[in-house]
Design a protein around this ligand. Structure first.
Ligand code: FAD
Length: 419
């Protein structure tokens, strides 16, 4: 349970090779916004044969669903609606991919995960065959860039207090509102937007009536901001989405109106949370590798830094953090695979790993001194990127509140995040 199996190691080596050869040389340009990450994502998926194979499998699965034939595949386990083998469902494979991407560029990993994970997963999980074919397949096979819009200027941690309203009209809905901090929004082709359906005054205050709508760039009334300037994750464009009287047809409501999608949005947030330990693992592992190399090569007072005990302490403590984060990552993959795990376990893992990644990033800069502070040295970017993991997908404070809420609930006392 606590070590990579042969299949994981093969994947680790292959992805590392790809990242070093194909992604690393472009990180600087992605960070400055000169180069967008999307063509590189397609290149990566092509290199591993995922796009062609994925498209064929998805088309087959949809054709089967259209025929109404459940068949063997209908009962099989699926990922993005595609029947897949047990091995392909192994969360450790995705963990290794995420970890390796984050060693080189956490922002590349973020843009990738927001498109095929947050956006693609929502469409493939909730959509009809037609919605999957029109919007889902192009996103999960990377032909199109997707984004997932829940957060609003006035609704962040309190996400379900969102104000984007969908008013029923002429066999469809008219959407008004705005979204903020949305990964990929400035360049996305496909948008999943959460809105509250307003059928009357009482619905306005009802946090349960939250639904995802899917739409494409070019629809009248939808616009996006240029990429926002930010501290880290600079290779992943983040932006605002504005909706002014956007008319969508009823079939652009994912999953229909009967069942509220609040729980589904929570599931997506939960899956975002579960990615955190894998990302932090990559960031910490790379910081440690770079620091060991630097400490051996850099000489001060006639000796290499590695010979100073204060430097040894930093390296040893980074290793302790790495061990803890790796153990949590392995546990999380095991919990996911076995469909186990509690909310407090997942929140605790995100909370701990993101704090460890920030701490290690800062220590790595300190260990390298002035060099660590320079952009030329990778640890500076890793530290800034790590900070986002304490904010996105639920802040550290919200993880702590969730943990306490669950522990008290299990002891028979209900408490609320609203204090
Ligand atoms: C780079 C980036 C990418 C993102 N990508 C996406 C995306 O693709 N899609 C999307 O929908 N969203 C996205 N987000 C939004 C992200 O999920 C939110 O920023 C996050 O949930 C926090 O919301 P907020 O920024 O409004 O902070 P707020 O909720 O305003 O919080 C401000 C501070 O108050 C604290 N706080 C809030 N409530 C409480 C409380 N009850 N008790 C104690 N403290 C509290 C918070 O922990 C935080 O420290 C992204 C954000 C960033 C920065």
């Amino acid at each position: 349970m606590f070590e990579l199996q042969e299949g994981h190691r093969i994947m680790e080596r292959a992805i590392r090779q790809f990242c070093e050869k194909e992604i690393a040389p472009h990180v600087e340009k992605m960070e400055s916004g000169e180069l967008l990450p999307y063509d590189l994502m397609r290149k990566m998926a092509d290199a591993f044969g995922i796009r062609k194979m994925g498209k064929e499998l998805l088309e087959k699965a949809l054709a089967k669903a259209e025929e109404g034939g459940e068949g063997k595949e209908g009962k099989a386990k699926t990922r993005f609606g595609v029947p897949v083998s047990e091995e392909a469902l192994d969360p450790m494979i995705m963990a290794v991919v995420g970890k390796e991407l984050c060693r080189v560029s956490p922002s590349f990993a973020l843009a990738f995960a927001a498109s095929i994970g947050l956006c693609g997963q929502t469409i493939m999980a909730k959509g009809t065959v037609e919605q999957k074919r029109q919007y889902g397949i192009p996103v999960v096979t990377l032909d199109k860039v997707g984004c997932w819009g829940l957060t609003e200027p006035e609704a962040g941690s309190d996400a379900f207090a969102l104000r984007t309203i969908a008013r029923p009209k002429d066999n469809g809905y008219v959407l008004n509102g705005s979204k903020i901090f949305i990964t990929n929004a400035p360049y996305a082709d496909v948008f999943v937007i959460y809105a509250k359906i307003d059928r009357g005054d009482e619905a306005k205050a009802d946090k349960r009536r939250i639904y995802p709508f899917v739409m494409e760039r070019g629809i009248q009334g939808l616009s996006t901001s240029p990429p926002m300037k930010k501290m880290g994750m600079c290779g992943s464009p983040t932006g605002e989405i504005f909706l002014e009287d956007v008319f969508v047809t009823a079939d652009q409501l994912l999953g229909g109106e009967e069942k509220t999608s609040r729980d589904q949005a929570k599931e997506v947030l939960a899956s975002e949370r579960t990615g955190a330990p894998f990302m932090c693992w990559g960031i910490i592992e790379r910081c440690l590798d770079d620091c060991i190399k630097f400490a051996i090569e850099r000489k001060q007072f006639g000796k290499s830094l590695a010979e100073f005990q204060l430097i040894q302490e930093k390296i040893a403590k980074m290793f302790v953090q790495l061990e803890n984060v790796k153990n949590l990552a392995f546990k999380q993959a095991w919990l996911q695979k076995n469909r186990k795990g509690t909310l407090e376990e997942f929140c605790a893992a995100k909370y701990y790993c993101s704090a460890a990644a920030v701490e290690v990033g800062l220590e790595a800069i300190q260990l390298m001194g002035g060099y660590g502070y320079m952009k030329e040295y990778h640890v500076e970017m890793l530290m800034r990127d790590a900070k986002l993991i304490q904010i996105g997908g639920g802040t550290s404070e919200i993880q702590i509140l969730n943990i306490a809420k669950e522990l008290f609930r299990k002891a028979g006392k209900e408490i609320s995040l609203a204090g």
